[in-house]
Design a binder for this molecule. Structure first.
Ligand SMILES: Cc1cc2nc3c(=O)[nH]c(=O)nc-3n(C[C@H](O)[C@H](O)[C@H](O)COP(=O)(O)OP(=O)(O)OC[C@H]3O[C@@H](n4cnc5c(N)ncnc54)[C@H](O)[C@@H]3O)c2cc1C
Length: 512
């Protein structure tokens, strides 16, 4: 009997399930039909998808182009807009704003930009770190698109991602997956059957009997039907490090004639959490992420309605409890969990879909045979656990470094009693020297966030050392100043080429 994995069964038809079906279909395709992997996706019509998850990271471009999706089609199908950065309002101090852009210039002439920036600041340079090293914040403030109509798909003047309607994305991927041969079953999975070694052999459905498979992908959302329930894998909560455990979301139609669609996500700090603002082509997604220990659901919904203003009248609010943390292991026996079933970290840095993408890329590189599940699973689990823990630490920095003490929530963030050891160790290092790529605990070749991204957060939270240590300093203030004058000219040159965000969106959306 062949040792090859031939039948993949995906349970769950949200963003994770359909992205997995299309991506695995593309990367496991073979010219020989006899060797083709069969992918089956089962989703319940009665259990909805989470329906939020609208801000993405730049990695999505790689996944969509690997699947073979046309960028314009993709944007038209999911009401897409461009995203070049995240703007954080009021996280360090009320009324203060800083940016986490996607562009990442790390070095000039072998000098780290952050060193040059610290030197230039000592010489009186006033610009923020993000403005000094990236074009995106200035382009965002001017509502400019990250690319022109002449750029190749997935390529641009600066790096970028998208804002998307996640429900529409699911439908788009479902149609594509089915066209490409994914077997789609709409049914409720009620039970699982195991062999003597504890592998799942089949899932039972209400109307379609047993569906057998070699490899099962659990994409059942917070229910975690296969990994959590059937296999009993323990869940490791991150709530001691990250307090936010609930969200309430609304969909606000864009007013007729709206032109100022932001090419960035906005995260605005609130009394006990923060509000996202994710602009799509036809509507805006807003949501309040909050800590239920500091605010009740009525107050959270009211704060969101106040944020929206008069347009909130008559709009439905969707309350979503969030299970924050990760499964001890993401891959157990012949079950791999992807998306919310394996873990979730609150959406402050748009890492939900990104973690699905990281999981899929790793699964491609660790695609097993039936008899080799264990060593592949072990390595996969080490990588995924490192990604989740690193992202937990990265998000925690946005809270524990705050100077705010104006509400009990911000006092608790300020006097954070449970910073993970892994983060505390790094923060201690970074009090006296700058972030080095070597500080980032990753095992898979690429950290979830680069040292430049860490610098954006540390600079935004005013937590970089005052100047480089003597050993790191270059003490060439002339060079530092010259580099930033050059950068300013470079930013103007790129901005001059960039079209208005809405003009480009109109062109893309009307082309379909
Ligand atoms: C408040 C909030 C905000 C978020 N914001 C962002 C963001 O801005 N950016 C981002 O990248 N991510 C974000 N995320 C995460 C993102 O929404 C998810 O990562 C993404 O939607 C994937 O969800 P999923 O497919 O894993 O689960 P779901 O969408 O919950 O899908 C679960 C699927 O499982 C099926 N199912 C469940 N049980 C059964 C059963 N017994 N039988 C058959 N089928 C079953 C359901 O029918 C459904 O199809 C956010 C999440 C939350 C909670």
């Amino acid at each position: 009997m062949s040792d090859r994995v031939r039948d993949i069964v995906i349970v769950g038809g949200g963003t994770s399930g359909w992205t997995a079906a299309c991506y695995l279909g593309a990367v496991l395709a073979t010219p020989n039909p006899a060797e083709q992997v069969q992918i089956t996706l089962i989703e319940s019509k009665d259990i909805g998808i989470i329906g939020v998850g609208e801000a993405t990271l730049a990695h999505i471009k790689q996944i969509m182009s690997t699947i073979g999706i046309d960028e314009g089609d993709f944007m038209r199908c999911c009401d897409g807009t461009f995203k070049s950065a995240i703007r954080f309002d009021g996280f360090r101090e009320k009324g203060e704003t800083w940016w986490h852009p996607f562009s990442q210039l790390s070095h000039v002439n072998n000098y780290a930009m952050v060193h040059l920036w610290l030197e230039a600041r000592r010489a009186g340079y006033q610009g923020s770190y993000a403005d000094a090293v990236a074009q995106d914040p200035e382009m965002c403030r001017r509502f400019l698109a990250p690319k022109t109509a002449d750029h190749k798909p997935y390529d641009g003047l600066v790096n970028y991602a998208y804002h998307i309607d996640t429900i529409k994305l699911g439908r788009y991927l479902r149609d594509l997956g089915k066209q490409r041969g994914v077997r789609h079953i709409t049914d409720l999975v009620t039970d699982t059957a195991f062999d003597e070694s504890g592998n799942i052999t089949a899932v039972s459905t209400q109307e379609n009997g047993d569906i057998a498979g070699d490899l099962f992908i659990d994409c059942t959302g917070f229910r975690s039907l296969l990994l959590g329930k059937a296999l009993g894998e323990p869940f490791r909560s991150f709530n001691d490090a990250l307090f936010n455990d609930n969200a309430v979301a609304m969909r606000v139609p864009n007013p007729e004639g709206k032109r100022d669609i932001r090419p960035y996500t906005t995260c605005s700090a609130q009394d006990a959490g923060w509000i996202w603002n994710i602009p799509l082509y036809r509507r805006t997604g807003v949501g309040h992420v909050y800590s239920s220990a500091h605010m009740d659901r009525e107050a959270a919904e009211q704060a969101l309605r106040d944020y929206v203003g008069p347009a909130h009248e008559g709009l439905e609010a969707n309350h979503i409890p969030m299970r924050i943390g990760r499964s001890e292991r993401a891959w157990v026996k012949n079950v791999v969990s992807l998306g919310l079933s394996g873990g979730f970290i609150e959406p402050l840095e748009s890492t939900g879909i990104y973690l699905v993408e990281l999981g899929l890329t790793l699964l491609r590189d660790h695609f097993p045979t039936k008899s080799s599940m264990l060593p592949f699973a072990k390595r996969y689990n080490r990588h995924m656990a490192a990604y989740y823990d690193e992202i937990r630490d990265f998000i925690c920095m946005h809270y524990c470094l705050t100077d705010r003490t104006d509400t009990p929530y911000w006092q608790d963030c300020h006097n954070h009693g449970a910073i993970p050891d892994s983060l505390q160790e790094k923060l201690t290092l970074w009090q006296s020297r700058l972030v080095s790529e070597n500080d980032l605990d990753y095992t898979s070749g690429v950290p979830a966030f680069s040292a430049v991204s860490y610098n954006y957060i540390l600079a935004g939270m005013n937590a970089l050392p005052n100047g480089p240590l003597p050993a790191e300093a270059m003490h060439d203030l002339g060079l530092a100043r010259a580099v930033f004058e050059d950068r300013a000219k470079g930013i103007e040159a790129i901005a001059a080429q960039a079209p208005d965000h809405m003009d480009l969106l109109d062109q893309i959306h009307r082309a379909g």
